[in-house]
Design a protein around this ligand. Structure first.
Ligand code: HEM
Ligand code: CU
Length: 661
């Protein structure tokens, strides 16, 4: 029984001459209007602030002008892409239409397109480019740290370099899994034809790209000295490059909020019949939890940065002690966002690992409910720990025990996730495919990241490790060792579905092993360097630390080289070799592998009806969604030892016809 309440694909592409295509709303127009808007803002800024506000003529230091330039630039860029067309035509009373540019051949990848699969792809490439730039920054940092004293770049440039690297990485990886993979797969996994707000979905991507250009442009304005945390009062005193940071992070915040809202609306309202909460794939649960964090935390970031921008332009003094403000206020507000942010980075990784392990152990997910409660527990608790970042900043010391305790308690729900990972691995028939290797590496890396976190959550040990390379090592273990490894797991797992092509396995394995070994060889010694007192964000260090730093730098270059293997593999496999992937190479039972490639614009001819959970390995083939597409051809049930799932709970509540598609 299916319901098809939504219009199926629109008309076929209209053939237009090239000049006509170039004139319309597209990337070219967007860039032109973006540049135009930028100069307009710059001009207006100089007109209104030339005399009064903080304009220092000699160094052409005009924050009002730069902030307005960025603002108008982004607005022009979005108008050029066509984001204003729909609201305007609705205001003029034209009828609502749902889809946009979904049938325009390869051109749809280069502009506003409302197909969630196209947006997923755009995210993957777009984020990839900026992570690559962030990675180049890391290589430069490590090149500088080959030397004991500033050699390659000056101390100020070093600071900017670290800030750019950190800010770019955090801002981009925030949407690193949700952008490409949740946008692409969540609608399919829940049996929907699209996201709840397809235009907003496209908007989140293009906002992020605009933000990426803005943070890169900071090099033209002197960079920024605060690192990724943007602390006051340095923020207020910094040169114009700081405005790039503010704009970048504010746009990332807006993009995140919208992304989270869209995911929540989609998952809550658009599940197909039978897709009950207890059948929701665990990856979708992780997206849901992450989205809650995004929606609650990111607006705080945007507001905080707005206040910082006002401080810098019209001297509001929210954070400037001299004017009656407080820099502690900034730290509190920033970390009220910033700590949930670290779980925004971690949770999707949990989701990927738990989603993939059952496939490669041929077992049902062990402890599904425990995993869900772990994710929700992390979500809730992550709003109660932010002051562990302020242990040494000088605020009320009596608050420390509370934040120490709450931080340690958060390891309980995180532990649930680990228990579920171990339970699923236990007696599983493991196949060591590349995605599986990345998941296993996650367990190793994240364990080190998690255990070292305990030292940072305890005030006594944090007082000596805070601000050293120890904390650097800790968060690279969680973000790079956690998130980036699962990011690659997801790439190797899902890109064959997205492209219909397979990666070269030998190159993929070479990438994995080199990356895994080089990663640990880069970051494990940093714990030692930190305990010996090497400070963060400073390019000079004590003579006795030189040998280890050289070791770390060389490892980092090998790590960077492993990324080149990945890029080479991608280009070789997807552009030159173009070997077709099987329809279901991993013999997964999950629905995305049961539908044909390429996935039609509307995903499903008939909305599927779910009547089992997606992890029924070891039990007979699930019926329902998989029946029409596979006809039992693939996904044979390989009975693993002791893997009876028990029958899933019956569909509750709503009848199929009451659901939207
Ligand atoms: C090739 C891999 C990487 C290397 C070699 C690397 C290296 C470094 C180094 C040496 C620093 C700080 C230097 C200092 O404080 O003096 C740093 C900072 C940082 N990195 Fe990475 N990194 C890598 C990847 C990543 C990734 C993937 C992320 C996140 C997604 C990330 C996030 C950060 C952050 C947030 C900072 C702190 C910046 C600050 O202090 O404001 N890094 N990294
Ligand atoms: Cu924290």
């Amino acid at each position: 029984m299916t319901t098809t309440t939504e219009a199926l694909p629109g008309p076929l592409p209209i053939r237009r001459p090239l000049w006509r295509k170039l004139l319309g709303f597209n990337l070219l127009t967007a860039v032109a209007l973006g540049v135009g808007g930028y100069y307009l803002g710059w001009f207006i800024g100089h007109q209104i602030s030339g005399k009064s506000f903080e304009y220092q003529e000699k160094i052409n230091e005009n924050d009002v002008a730069l902030l307005l330039a960025y603002f108008f630039g982004v607005v022009g860029f979005l108008i050029g892409l066509g984001f204003a067309n729909y609201p305007l035509s609705r205001l003029l009373g034209r009828p609502a239409s749902l889809r946009e540019k979904e049938h325009e051949g390869a051109g749809r990848y280069f502009g506003l397109c409302t197909d969630h699969k196209v947006v997923g792809f755009q995210y993957l490439i777009g984020i990839g480019v900026f992570i690559f730039i962030g990675g180049l920054n890391a290589m430069l940092i490590r090149t500088e740290l080959l030397h004991r004293t500033p050699t390659v770049v000056g101390p100020n440039q070093y600071l900017s370099l670290v800030g750019m690297h950190g800010t770019m990485m955090i801002g981009m990886m925030t949407s690193g899994i949700l952008g490409p993979f949740a946008n692409y797969f969540v609608p399919i996994l829940i049996g929907a034809r699209r996201m709840a707000f397809p235009r907003i979905e496209a908007l989140t991507f293009w906002l992020l790209m605009a933000a990426g250009f803005i943070i890169t442009s900071t090099i033209f304005f002197g960079g920024f000295p605060t690192g990724w945390t943007g602390y006051e009062p340095l923020n207020d005193q910094a040169v114009m490059g700081m405005d790039s940071y503010i704009c970048f992070f504010a746009l990332v915040g807006v993009s995140m909020t919208l992304l989270g809202l869209n995911m929540l609306a989609t998952i809550i309202t658009m599940r197909a019949p039978g897709m009950t909460w207890s059948r929701l794939p665990i990856f979708v649960w992780s997206v849901l939890a992450t989205s809650v964090l995004m929606v609650l935390a990111a607006p705080m970031l945007v507001a905080t940065l707005l206040m910082a921008a006002l401080d810098r332009t019209i001297d509001t003094s929210f954070f400037v002690p001299g004017g009656g403000g407080s820099s502690y206020l900034f730290q509190n507000l920033f970390w009220f966002f910033g700590h949930p942010e670290v779980y925004i980075l971690a949770l999707p990784g949990f989701g990927i690992v738990l989603e993939l392990l059952p496939v490669f152990t041929r077992k049902p997910l062990w402890g599904y409910r425990l995993a869900v409660s772990g994710m929700l527990g992390v979500t809730l608790l992550s709003f109660f720990v932010w002051q562990h970042h302020l242990f040494v900043s000088g605020i009320n010391a009596d608050l420390r025990p509370f934040y120490m305790l709450s931080t340690e308690i958060i390891s309980i729900p995180t532990g649930f996730i680990f228990i579920c990972v171990m339970g699923t691995l236990w007696k599983g028939r493991m196949s060591f495919t590349v995605p599986m290797l990345f998941c296993l590496a996650w367990t190793f890396n994240f364990l080190i990241g998690g255990l070292s976190g305990v030292f940072l959550s305890d005030t006594p040990s944090d007082t000596s490790t805070h601000g050293t390379f120890f904390s650097m090592a800790h968060f690279h273990y969680t973000i790079m060792g956690g998130l980036i490894f699962t990011f690659f797991a997801a790439i190797y797992y899902w890109v064959p579905k997205m492209t219909g092509l397979r990666f070269n396995e030998r190159l993929a394995k070479a990438h994995f092993w080199l990356m895994f070994i080089a990663f640990n060889s880069t970051f494990l010694p940093l714990f030692a360097l930190g305990m010996k007192g090497q400070p963060r964000r400073v390019s000079e260090y004590a003579p006795n630390l030189h040998g280890l730093n050289v070791w770390v730098s060389i490892s980092a270059f090998v790590l960077g080289f492993s990324m080149l293997i990945f890029i080479a593999n991608t280009v070789y496999s997807l552009v030159f070799a173009r070997e077709r992937a099987e329809q279901n190479p991993w013999r997964s039972k999950s629905i995305e592998w049961q539908i044909p490639h390429p996935v039609p614009v509307h995903n499903f001819d008939q909305i599927p009806v779910f009547d089992s959970d997606p992890y029924g390995y070891g039990t007979p083939l699930p019926v329902g969604p998989t029946r029409p597409a596979t006809a039992g051809a693939r996904a044979p049930a390989t009975p693993g030892p002791g893997t009876a799932t028990g029958s899933p709970p019956p569909a509750r509540g709503r009848s199929p016809s009451s659901r939207r598609s």
